[in-house]
Write a protein that binds this ligand. Structure first.
Ligand code: GDP
Length: 366
């Protein structure tokens, strides 16, 4: 997989654009990534990875290219979006296209910024979840009709999926995300064509006050308790959009000094990107020659030929074998020559499952 895209959603005035701007200030030029589109609401952000920096010190490559995550600022969610209010359907369509969702929930207090809903953060969150569930409900209802018709005419896959569709409908009718329904791999495959919004991996991003890391916020604990009660696996990642936007203006040295002073555990943006990796079970492998040292993103469990395919589509077809060494071991040897002289490079075939941190060279046929 060449690209990972994360859609930033939430109610108006939750701080989505502020967060997005902070993210784009660390963006890389999209030209290096032909699979990324250039649009004002898209930001291509490098995946923070210390290993890449270390490799850059050890190998001679003219250019260093990090793995990237694409963030999409998806504006337009208001109550009734599933019925076409606000930007309505166009907005929902944008969410269908992303791999994962970062749901920003307002938890900063500022009287000069209007609140669009009457309740607390838990209610805000609920409102957004409901819109997504309603949109999915509409889609699955239409799908259920088609499946029932096909099942009647004896189509086997349709008959097999009727029970699944009923379960999914049940969840959605209760206003719950399909993500919470236990699904087998086969059931996931049956649903994949629907691109359900509420089946996408999601992280919750409470946009907390700037002094959150100095002073605990009671409303954060309330939100967390409410969320975890419903979904014990929910991923919660507090961020201060305003603080991130301010930090983005500082030099890296000033930034770490500041973060240390307030006791925050590393930049929020880096955590957000790494969390996206975790949500989607992604790992990184590296490749290099004299022209370029590069980090690549693949799913956990990817075989060597498919990994080769992310570098170049032809590589997958003509894959013969891979030569590889793990990052730590490479670092221990200090250079490709030493590693090779010590016999530390391994040859792996078509069944090799690539591991996080592998440095890979692919041997391909004509
Ligand atoms: P969006 O509608 O979700 O994209 O929200 P924006 O990012 O445009 O933010 C709406 C308003 O809230 C703007 O005036 C921001 O400056 C302000 N804002 C966003 N994040 C924060 C924050 O963390 N703290 C404070 N005090 N204001 C914020």
């Amino acid at each position: 997989m060449a690209k990972l895209s994360i859609g930033i959603i939430g109610l108006p005035n939750a701080g989505k654009s502020t967060l997005f701007q902070a993210l784009t200030s660390i963006a890389v030029p999209a030209e290096s990534y032909p699979f990324c589109t250039i649009e004002p609401n898209l930001g291509v952000v490098p995946v923070p990875d210390e290993r890449l920096g270390r490799l850059a010190e050890l190998v001679d490559a003219a250019k260093v290219t990090p793995a990237v995550v694409e963030f999409v600022d998806i504006a337009g969610l208001v109550e009734g979006a599933s019925h076409g209010e606000g930007l309505g359907n166009r907005f929902l369509q944008h969410i269908r296209e992303v791999d994962a969702i970062a749901h920003v929930v307002r938890l900063f207090s500022d009287d000069t910024v209007a609140r669009v809903s009457e309740g607390d953060a838990a209610r805000d969150l609920e409102l957004v979840e409901t819109e997504l569930a309603l949109a999915d409900l509409e889609l699955v209802e239409a799908h259920a009709e088609r499946v029932t018709r096909k099942a009647r005419s004896g189509e086997r896959e349709a008959r097999d999926s009727i029970d699944l569709i009923r379960r999914v409908l049940g969840r959605l009718e209760r206003g719950q995300p399909v993500r919470r329904e236990p699904l087998s791999d086969e059931e996931r495959r049956l649903l994949s064509g629907l691109n359900l919004l509420t089946l996408k991996p999601q992280m919750y991003v409470p946009n907390v006050g700037e002094d959150f890391w100095i002073e605990p916020q009671a409303d954060f604990e309330t939100l967390r308790a409410a969320l975890l009660e419903k979904d014990p696996d929910a991923m919660l990642l507090p961020v201060s959009a305003r603080l991130e936007a301010e930090l983005a203006e500082l030099s890296p040295a000033e930034r770490s000094e500041y973060l240390e002073a307030i006791g925050a555990e590393g930049a929020g943006l880096a955590r957000l990107i790494r969390a996206g990796y975790g949500l989607l079970q992604l790992i990184t492998f590296f490749s290099f020659n004299e022209n370029e040292l590069r980090a690549w993103t693949i799913r956990e469990g990817t075989l060597a030929p498919q990994a080769a395919g992310t570098v170049h589509t032809d590589f997958e077809k003509h894959f013969i074998r891979a030569e590889t060494i793990g990052f730590e071991e490479f670092e221990r040897h200090g250079s490709l020559k030493s590693a090779r002289d010590a016999g530390a490079l391994r040859f792996e075939g078509k069944d090799y499952i690539v591991r996080d941190g592998d440095v890979l060279w692919f041997r391909t046929g004509a």
